[in-house]
Design a protein around this ligand. Structure first.
Ligand SMILES: [Fe+2]
Length: 200
């Protein structure tokens, strides 16, 4: 089974001793790069470059079609913590009734002075923001109750993976969620990840 077939079934794939980010990228050769980034905590205050917990989310959840795949390569793990949090195939582990309610509500999101709207579930794509509190002002009590039930279901289905140096992780960013636990670096050991987002 190739990587894309595994992603279609499992939602994410953990690979060991990969070599580098280009090797990982080569597993999805016919897809275009959306963005590339090195994730290294140096005291910046943005969520992505912090060392605090990032709950399971979708990358670039606010655009009409988020990048399809998230590819991560671990150059160096944190000294303590930083395990990846993964939830496979969210639409298969959450009750259809909850998903139907989530389909009904548009949520506003502002990014770089632009206003976007998105739905937590629409067109078979799951979109979960990094900041769960941003949902709390989003709609009726009926919708918020469904969102709370959805988060409860997510919690029951989280899988933890510790990426070691040389490990890779590929996640289907339309079906599955990723996050990470809080971590701490030491002077001699800093968490460094290379990330590529890939379009359909
Ligand atoms: Fe992310």
């Amino acid at each position: 089974m190739n990587i894309k077939e595994r992603l279609a079934i499992e939602g994410w794939v953990h690979l060991q001793d990969v070599g580098d980010i280009s090797t990982l990228r080569s597993y999805l050769p016919h897809h275009k790069v959306f963005s590339t980034k090195t994730i290294k905590f140096q005291g910046a205050r943005t969520v992505e470059h912090s060392n605090t917990l990032v709950p399971p989310h979708t990358d670039v959840f606010w655009v009409p079609v988020p990048p399809r795949y998230l590819v991560l390569f671990c150059e160096s793990p944190a000294s303590v913590g930083g395990e990846s949090l993964l939830i496979s195939n969210v639409n298969r582990c959450v009750s259809p009734d909850i998903l139907e309610i989530l389909k009904t509500q548009s949520i506003a999101h502002e990014k770089n002075g632009r206003r976007y709207t998105y739905k937590i579930y629409a067109n078979d794509i799951i979109r979960v923001p990094h900041n769960y509190r941003s949902i709390e002002k989003a709609g009726s009590q009926y919708f918020l109750d469904a969102w709370a039930a959805f988060v409860d279901e997510l919690r029951k289905n989280v899988f933890k993976v510790k990426l070691e140096a040389g490990d890779g992780l590929i996640v289907d960013n339309h079906s599955s969620l990723h996050g990470r636990l809080r971590f701490d670096n030491t002077r001699n050991q800093t968490r460094i990840l290379h990330k590529v987002l890939i379009n359909e």
